[in-house]
Design a protein around this ligand. Sequence first.
Ligand SMILES: NC(=O)c1ccc[n+]([C@@H]2O[C@H](COP(=O)([O-])OP(=O)(O)OC[C@H]3O[C@@H](n4cnc5c(N)ncnc54)[C@H](O)[C@@H]3O)[C@@H](O)[C@H]2O)c1
Length: 461
Amino acid sequence: MSGKYIKNLLCIGAGYVGGPTMAMIASKCPQYRVTLVDINHQRIDEWNSDRLPIYEPGLDEVVRAARGKNLFFSTDIENNIREADIIFVSVNTPTKTFGVGAGMAADLQYWEKTARQIIACSESSKIVVEKSTLPVRTALAMERILNSNDKGLHFDVLSNPEFLAEGTAIKDLLSPDRVLIGSRLTDSGVAARQQIVDIYANWVPADKILTSDVWSSELSKLVANVFLSQRISTINAISAICEKTEADVTNVARAVGMDQRIGARYLNASIGFGGSCFKKDILNLVYISKSYGLDEVADYLHYVVKMNDYQKERFVESMLQAMFNTLAGKRICLFGFAFKADTGDTRESPAIYIAKRLLEERADLVITDPKALRNARKDLAGGGDHVTYIADPYEAVSGCHAIAVMTEWDLYKSLDYKKIFEKMIKPAFIFDGRNIIDHPRCFDIGFNIYPLGKPPLTHLE
Ligand SMILES: NC(=O)c1ccc[n+]([C@@H]2O[C@H](COP(=O)([O-])OP(=O)(O)OC[C@H]3O[C@@H](n4cnc5c(N)ncnc54)[C@H](O)[C@@H]3O)[C@@H](O)[C@H]2O)c1
């Protein structure tokens, strides 16, 4: 307990999840003092500035309303651990790049370092909450590490996976489909779980707060990502069939999605899923399945990722084929670089793979994106003179042979494509990797249009 606050909440890791989640908790719960810490000092400086480190619609307002009142961003990890009653851990859990499980298993080094730092700095017992997405049964390992302390302290380790989606994080946090909190089913575990329920109960209806055992909670997050990404890979596989059969994937998706058992969302054919989570979380589950000898399960899940890779390569090959089998020296404008609309995040963006493949084909690239150019510059740092970055799409297309739509930003739906056509080299191509542009209209303007999963509209015979 500390003065005017009933509890001190700490979040270790002020990234895409930690930042918005804790800002929402602070804004809804003035009775808690909420602090975020991070080893990345620049990130903390940006959280304390007018230019936040991540773009997320509505985030600025939520942060501004609570920052300095009961929401604080700090680099002082030690003191904040000491003073915390409840510690959320939201550090990154990327795919391991070395040793056993390289390229597949989760790299838990950041998590374990955090656990050891919690023991080193703690002077009182605490609740530790997994916010990061972790392999099932990680809480057990964490509990063992934390409770091996020689200070007589007790730590309850809970799982409270985050289901927010980037681009709609604030909306998702404000009215989540559900909040999941897993704990051990011991008296201490259940009491700790109730403390987390009490936080969310400040704004989330009781029937949307689910409690469970800790292993089901950890696994549920991975399974949610399997279902979501599997839908994308399925519709993308169908898009390949549509292109061979002259069916239209949008019509197929509409007909299929009206079945209430299936539902209409996540059925847009595209160049594939990206973001920091889907691929790593599926591979993580593939690795877990293999390690339990469930080879058929592992192979089945692995195909979701393989199909995603296939779709990106297929897109590049169709560009190559349509543009007379050579891209060398041709100027191609990528519309969007973020892995999805309404975020500046480019982690695992399909645009990275496609851009690199186009550079291999010796194309010159112009990248435009309303929010992701800073990250795109880092992702394509090796591209040298062959890549330019231009925020204004009308300027970006000047002298280009083709446009390839990478991100479904609304902005690209309403551009003046007549004006764009006039600025491009002819024959001018649009490869719509998100099916967001008005294809018949752009065809009438003079473009050769290559959508995904639909017959092309071309003036070339
Ligand atoms: N991004 C999403 O949409 C999303 C959604 C749900 C769940 N998740 C999961 O949440 C977790 C975090 O994801 P993210 O996108 O916020 O990652 P992120 O990379 O944006 O943020 C993680 C932060 O943790 C910091 N960090 C790492 N080790 C630290 C340490 N020892 N002490 C203090 N800070 C440390 C890093 O500097 C970084 O700022 C991952 O497990 C991810 O799978 C992400």
